[in-house]
Design a protein around this ligand. Structure first.
Ligand SMILES: CC(C)(COP(=O)(O)OP(=O)(O)OC[C@H]1O[C@@H](n2cnc3c(N)ncnc32)[C@H](O)[C@@H]1OP(=O)(O)O)[C@@H](O)C(=O)NCCC(=O)NCCS
Length: 276
């Protein structure tokens, strides 16, 4: 039975995520529920959360499907297909015609069947611990300036301000900002996660990311970006990261909605496969 996810489902949802060895934490599920309480779904079977899917609207310009997970014992029974179709129907009711997602190899053919088309590749790069932490940075509430929110919108081509505002109020999230860009980072289950990061130039991004990463030298770190962005790739190499996995960024556009092309060279890190 497909129904809306509730806060009590997070234990079950974490189980699915752990079986798949994904990096999200409880805070990520809570963030998705807070941002889109009508867009997070579970399929309950035999009294347990057997499958999950989330749909996050970045306004009406773009919606993002994420957290498509099914417990191994329940796979190949149509649960993921049902959940994604349910999310797509809800998004249609909301007036969202353009929908994106980052597909793993396991999910790819389902999304093709549901009329998602390849848009780009997105890679996860990883850095092992490089040294001991040099400083403990106290968590603080961050206020990203309106001009940086406007920059993010111009660079991405859609409005992620609700997500960025939510990240900004989470005390576990860190942010470095300058007039030319910003970089966020947050804890993950298996690695600290860098992103989102948007910057006007490669040197601006480098200085933001060095400031963000330096206190976390003792941790394994994940960083997701579009390898079609040469500056992001160069910078990841220089900062000691190496490719770990590759997903396919896919888009479905049923209603002729118009999504502006992102300025790829200024997007240095994605917000997360589940956030867009
Ligand atoms: C991918 C996943 C969500 C599929 O869940 P599921 O409930 O088994 O999928 P469905 O039964 O709805 O399958 C729908 C179709 O997708 C395709 N599909 C599903 N699993 C597949 C796999 N492992 N390999 C290739 N194609 C697959 C098939 O075409 C399938 O239709 P069929 O069974 O009639 O052939 C599940 O395997 C999973 O949780 N994997 C780990 C996490 C992951 O990679 N999630 C996708 C994120 S983008």
């Amino acid at each position: 039975m497909i129904r809306l996810m509730q806060a009590d489902d997070i234990d079950g949802a974490m189980r699915l995520k752990s079986v798949a060895s994904w990096n999200q934490t409880r805070l990520d599920w809570e963030r998705l529920l807070r941002l889109e309480p009508r867009g997070c779904f579970v399929d309950e079977r035999e009294g347990m959360v057997a499958g999950t899917t989330t749909a996050l609207r970045h306004g009406t310009e773009l919606a993002w499907i994420g957290m498509v997970l099914v417990l191994p014992a329940f796979r190949r029974k149509g649960i993921a297909r049902g959940l994604v179709q349910h999310a797509l129907a809800w998004l249609k009711e909301c007036g969202n015609a353009v929908i994106g997602l980052d597909a793993t190899a396991m999910g790819y053919s389902l999304y093709q069947q549901l009329r998602f088309r390849d848009e780009d590749l997105i890679e996860r790069w990883e850095r092992p611990p490089v040294r001991a932490d040099v400083e403990v940075r106290p968590s603080a509430t961050i206020k990203l300036s309106d001009s940086l929110l406007a920059l993010d919108r111009t660079v991405c081509g859609y409005d992620r301000s609700a997500l960025i505002r939510d990240l900004s109020t989470d005390p576990s999230v860190e942010c470095v900002q300058r007039t030319s860009g910003f970089a966020f980072g947050r804890p993950g289950s298996s690695a600290w996660y860098v992103g989102p990061c948007v910057a006007g130039s490669e040197s601006d991004a480098e200085s933001l990311l060095i400031d963000l990463l330096t206190p976390h030298g003792s941790k394994r770190v994940f960083w997701d970006f579009l390898p079609s962005s040469a500056p992001a790739r160069r910078l990841a190499c220089r900062l000691g990261f190496r490719p770990a996995r590759c997903l396919t960024r896919m888009l479905r556009n049923e209603g002729g909605g118009d999504l502006r092309d992102p300025k790829r060279s200024q997007i240095y890190a994605a917000a997360g496969f589940e956030f867009g």
